[in-house]
Design a protein around this ligand. Structure first.
Ligand code: BES
Ligand code: MN
Ligand code: ZN
Length: 539
């Protein structure tokens, strides 16, 4: 295929084309919808400065400084002092995510100054956010092909950041340019603005690291896009059966084994809690199990458990109508679990990870569970269902019990479990609650590094008592007035989670509407980058 032709494969191709001994073109294709290509050009700084690169717009990352220096000064001179004027009038100073678009008569028709903050405070995540900000601004202005100059940042080389830079730019740009328009008819006369090409101008330093970091970023972007797609599709597309089929397909493509338990197998195992939620729906439930073995069998796996309610009406405890459509996102934990497993396999990480998805649809019907009903879970514990809208914890209970058969090293569950987490943390961070402070600290560190922040909420013995039932072992909601809704969800899960380190991540506020430069309205794919970082750092 010629280098300049977009591909339509979902799994991006990574191709290296030697153009001459001086330049290398690295062509990356993103998803089939955005057609964004990241092209890396190794520039010889002396003979080929960034200014000699022909492009619609050259993005110039700028540290926070008082006035233009170095390359910026050179460009300022070419632009009749437009940049120094912007600094003087405080329209631009290089603060993180600040942008200033300037016209130019040079080889670059436009120049976008992009703030990346103080030199000492630059991190990969900050670059990721800045790149996202830049491409979003430019895409809105209908730029199709832009370049970003990284050749000036060798000074960030200490500690390897220079090598990571191109990856961080690729990651931020790729994530920011996500669009979900699968269900829109094409308008040939007025096609939506889509950026198609991003050229990375790099210096000759650390070429191998740069190439590797771009390839890795591209895999990450692809995984997050997959998670976002799964969440964005409506409930009449993504059913428990759809999730199971998706899982089987991804297992076939990667070194992953997949098992799907249906109603019959679940009955045999005594999964009355999961089956109880599913019984009101015509859609059959599924317990999806993915096993990835990248390390010796003797190493106990990390088990990731995802809530996969493909639509949450609330059941007989019916939700109000306004905004109910958003409850197609109630399988976000499942989406993140599936995408993360695929990513780990794709990156060939040397670890063992199991993914378990509890998939069901929560509907009101003649066969649905009612408030007051008592279910018997796989663990043997009985559950009084006082609110059928607290269904996530019911499906997770049996999935967590099932996880115990792997004798896990640790268990992480991801769930859009409570609206209360939105009151506590808004769209800024997910809540983490668990039984192991070290594990929680490591997840917080991973959150800081990736921007996918998590914040700990407590789970005390007093909280745990609040979910004991008068007539069964547990009740699925606490009495009115107890409060601490997010903690109550975790308090209910704890008896099913086992004694090994366990952390519950409530992503109800971040799976949808997560507020970052590289997210868009709707699905965020939250958790994929967080878990990847956590798993890599803890091995
Ligand atoms: N899926 C919802 C939680 C949710 C709310 C996710 C808003 C995303 C945005 C969950 O199943 C639910 O309904 N939780 C109830 C629990 C309550 C009945 C104890 C809630 O938060 O209101
Ligand atoms: Mn619910
Ligand atoms: Zn729910």
């Amino acid at each position: 295929m010629p280098a300049n032709e977009p591909t339509t494969t979902r799994n991006p191709k990574f191709r290296l084309i030697a153009v001459s001994h001086k330049y290398k073109l690295l062509i990356l294709h993103y998803s089939n919808r955005t057609f964004l290509k990241a092209v890396m050009i190794k520039i010889n700084q002396k003979t080929d400065p960034a200014l000699n690169h022909k492009t619609e717009c050259l993005i110039l990352p700028c540290l926070e400084i008082k006035q233009p220096i170095g390359l910026l000064k050179e460009i300022d001179d070419n632009l009749q002092g437009a940049i120094s004027a912007a600094f003087k009038n405080k329209r631009f100073s290089g603060k993180p995510n600040q942008t200033l678009l300037l016209n130019s008569t040079g080889k670059a028709s436009n120049i976008l100054l992009l703030g990346i903050g103080k030199a000492k405070e630059v991190t990969a995540e900050k670059i990721c956010q800045a790149a996202a900000t830049a491409v979003k601004v430019l895409e809105k202005s209908k730029f199709k092909s832009v370049a970003v100059d990284l050749s000036n940042f060798e000074s960030l080389g200490k500690g390897g950041l220079y090598g990571e830079l191109a990856g961080a730019v690729t990651e931020g740009a790729g994530l920011a340019l996500y669009h979900f328009d699968n269900y829109k008819s094409k308008d040939e006369d007025d096609p939506p603005a889509r950026m198609e090409k991003l050229t990375l101008l790099t210096s000759k330093a650390e070429q191998t690291t740069i190439e590797k970091s771009i390839a890795r970023a591209e895999k990450i972007v692809n995984a997050v896009h997959i998670a976002r797609d799964l969440v964005s599709h409506p409930g009449n597309t993504v059913t428990p059966t759809y999730l199971a089929e998706h899982a089987k397909k991804l297992a076939r493509k990667n070194k992953i084994t997949c098992k799907v338990l249906g109603k019959k197998e679940m009955k045999k195992l005594g999964m009355g809690s999961l089956l109880g939620v599913a019984q009101g729906s015509d859609e059959p439930p599924a317990l999806i199990v993915l096993e990835y073995n990248g390390a010796a069998k003797k190493n106990a796996p990390t088990v990731i458990v995802g809530k996969g309610i493909t639509f949450d009406t609330g059941g007989i405890s019916l939700k109000p109508g306004g905004g109910m459509d958003e409850m197609k996102m109630d399988m976000s934990g499942a989406a993140t679990t599936l995408a993360t497993l695929e990513l780990i396999a794709n990156l060939k990480l040397k670890m063992n990870v199991v993914g378990i998805v509890a998939a069901a649809e929560n509907m009101p019907s003649g066969s649905a569970i009612k408030p007051g009903d008592i279910l018997k879970s796989m663990s043997g514990k009985t559950i009084e269902v006082l609110n059928t809208d607290a269904e996530g914890r019911l499906v997770l209970a049996d999935a967590l019990t099932y996880a115990q058969r792997y004798k896990p090293k640790e268990v992480i569950d991801l769930a859009t479990l409570t609206g209360a987490v939105l009151h506590a943390l808004g769209h800024q961070a997910a809540a983490v609650i668990g039984n192991n402070p070290t594990m929680i600290q490591k997840l917080k560190d991973a959150g800081e590094a990736t921007g996918e922040r998590v914040w700990e909420l407590p789970l005390w013995e007093e909280h745990e008592k609040a979910v004991t039932s008068d007539i069964a072992d547990l009740k699925n909601i606490a009495s009115p007035g107890v409060g601490a809704g997010t903690t109550m969800g975790a308090a209910f899960l704890k008896p099913f989670a086992g004694d090994q380190p366990w952390t519950h991540i409530d992503i109800a506020g971040t799976a949808w509407g997560f507020d970052r430069p590289y997210t868009n309205k709707g699905a965020s794919g939250f958790g994929v980058r967080l878990l990847l970082n956590y798993l890599e750092k803890t091995r």
